[in-house]
Design a protein around this ligand. Structure first.
Ligand SMILES: Nc1ncnc2c1ncn2[C@@H]1O[C@H](COP(=O)(O)OP(=O)(O)OP(=O)(O)O)[C@@H](O)[C@H]1O
Length: 253
């Protein structure tokens, strides 16, 4: 069974039909990319699936269960994590604390229980700190274990956001332009990191403008254009698709 099933999904902002009757499904364990020109509806689609927006119509199912309109918190607890196109890092916190926020989202309900048993909070905090440090190593941020977020370069912050999303122990992670603003060396590092995340068994859904990265990583690709599904298939199928060439690759060549 597909991990994620999206059926006839639409959202309208006033007169703007940002996503129009888009259907697709994502099997577990794959890297699935969403591409399309600026304004095609990619981020809006992420916002719909991760609970930031409620759809105007359509259905979203995770493991067969409807999740359309559920809050981001609820979705985090069900194993849906994401990163943002514009960094959402707390700059006045340390790097490790930022990652710990991800774990707290996962554990939200237990916090109240924990508050009634104070010694366990300290122990839990130490465990979460250790877990966050381990995730920082996983994303290649060993050298920033003691750093404040505001002292870190942009490329490192992009990976810190991925570590925070991983702290939710997600089954599926949505990465919105993880390579945006990165230099070629950093882009290759993120490319390797995405592969590592997928190899660890987490399904990856990616929005990315870097075509080399998309073609390199993706098991399947969805192409949006003016909010509509233009094509879907393997990298090879997408590369050969005349509609895609005309609407997207051609325009960017
Ligand atoms: N909250 C909103 N209110 C009104 N219009 C919106 C809103 N969010 C998105 N839109 C509109 O929906 C359309 C799709 O935008 P979206 O940001 O999803 O595109 P995108 O494919 O992610 O673009 P980019 O590649 O530039 O990030 C655009 O016309 C945008 O202006």
């Amino acid at each position: 069974m597909a991990l994620l099933d999206v059926t006839q999904l639409s959202i309208h902002f006033g007169g703007v039909k940002a996503v129009q009757e888009v259907s697709f499904s994502i099997d577990p364990g794959i890297v699935y990319s969403v591409i399309g020109p600026n304004g095609a509806g990619k981020t809006t689609l992420f916002n719909l699936i991760t609970g930031v927006y409620k759809p105007t119509s359509g259905e979203i199912r995770l493991d067969g269960e409807s999740i359309a309109g559920k809050s981001p918190d609820e979705l985090a607890r069900r194993g849906v994590a994401r990163t943002f196109q514009n960094l959402q890092i707390c700059m006045n916190m340390s790097a490790v604390e930022n990652v710990m926020v991800g774990a707290h989202l996962r554990l939200d309900r237990n916090l109240i229980k924990a508050a009634l048993r104070l010694p366990s909070i300290t122990r839990r905090d130490a465990e979460l700190r250790a877990e966050a440090s381990e995730l920082m190593r996983f994303v290649g941020l060993d050298q920033y274990l003691e750093a404040r977020a505001d002292s870190m370069p942009y490329g490192a912050l992009k990976r810190l956001e991925i570590a925070r999303a991983l702290a939710m122990k997600p089954r599926v992670i949505f990465l919105d332009e993880p390579a945006a603003g990165l230099n070629p060396k950093e882009t290759i590092e993120v490319d390797h990191l995405v592969r590592k995340v997928a190899d660890s068994g987490i399904t990856v859904v990616l929005v990315e403008h870097d075509m080399k990265m998309v073609m390199n990583l993706s098991d399947r690709i969805l192409v949006l254009d003016y909010g509509k599904k233009l094509a879907e298939g393997t990298g090879e199928e997408i590369r050969r698709n005349p509609d895609v060439i005309a609407a997207y690759l051609g325009a960017h060549a």
